[in-house]
Design a protein around this ligand. Structure first.
Ligand code: SF4
Length: 64
């Protein structure tokens, strides 16, 4: 099953990922992004892949 990988050194809390897929990504009050669930069922692959591609600083990768 594909997994979401976050490069914490790159993430700037910009929130595009949350805007695209708030069932997987969530920003807290400090604008720190949390992955709600990292394992992605095949049915959600395209949806989550699009969200990872939306990250302006390329902090997200879908692995597998
Ligand atoms: S879009 Fe990229 S920089 Fe913004 S919160 Fe998501 S991972 Fe972090």
């Amino acid at each position: 099953m594909p997994r979401i990988h976050v490069d914490r050194d790159k993430c700037e809390g910009l929130g595009m990922c949350e805007a695209m897929a708030n069932d997987y990504f969530e920003l807290d009050d400090d604008e720190e992004m949390h992955v709600v669930r990292s394992e992605v069922p095949e049915a959600d692959r395209a949806h989550v892949h699009a969200a990872t591609q939306a990250c302006p600083v390329l902090a997200l990768t879908l692995v597998g």
